[in-house]
Design a protein around this ligand. Structure first.
Ligand code: GAR
Length: 201
């Protein structure tokens, strides 16, 4: 059974989907802890499932490095096989990424490398594209620049605003995330191989 730590900042709908999937005894991964950089709404999902949580409040640390050191210390307590960033809206310090890579993945509401960053949905709308997407990547030290593990297109519809488009992207993200975590757990997807294949290309 693959053990997973999930880090969030917000509503945690992707976290919720992963917890629901993992409730099936046939699913080969289990969320062992949920962490956040703030008092996140998504903690309620962890609570409902009786899963421990921790908070490392961004605002209480003098630097990204110090905040990341505490986050890393919390992860070291739980020693998960995999760390999933699911709406964690903070860049991690390189020391933490290097400690976990390639066993740290991120979901993103765009078809990377298109529209990286904190406003992937808004930026796609502003660019006037007729399709965007969802991606799951390995985290590296860039902004949403790591090896792509899965992605799928989502059309932009006439009249879409940021909320409506994000609401259509999220179910795709959830499906991709649940599938990627399953494939990592079963050995179908080898993160070390995916990371080195990408750095060789
Ligand atoms: C998700 O769409 C996730 O991909 C995005 O935040 C949302 C979190 O939703 N993350 C990023 O944009 C990171 N660059 P959730 O809290 O409901 O799961």
């Amino acid at each position: 059974m693959l053990t997973v730590a999930v880090l969030i900042s917000g509503t945690g709908s992707n976290l919720r989907a992963l917890l629901d999937a993992a409730a099936d005894p046939g699913y080969p991964a289990h969320v062992v802890v949920v962490g956040a950089d703030r008092e996140a709404e998504g903690f309620s999902h962890a609570e409902e499932y009786g899963i421990p949580s921790f908070m490392v409040p961004w605002a209480q640390f003098a630097s990204r490095e110090e905040w990341g050191a505490e986050l890393g210390a919390q992860l070291d307590v739980w020693k998960p096989d995999l760390v999933v960033l699911s709406g964690l809206m903070r860049l991690l310090p390189a020391s933490l990424v290097d400690r976990w890579a390639p066993r740290i993945i991120n979901t993103h509401p765009a078809y990377l490398p298109e529209f990286p960053g904190a406003h992937g949905v808004r930026d796609a709308l502003a660019a006037g594209v007729d399709q965007t997407g969802a991606s799951v990547i390995i985290v590296d030290n860039g902004v949403d620049s790591g090896p792509i593990l899965a992605q799928e297109r989502v059309p932009v519809l006439p009249g879409d605003d940021e909320h409506a488009l994000h609401d259509r992207i999220k179910p795709v993200e959830r499906r991709l995330l649940i599938d990627v975590v399953r494939r990592i757990a079963t050995g179908d997807l080898d993160l070390a191989v995916a990371a080195s294949a990408s750095s060789a290309s």
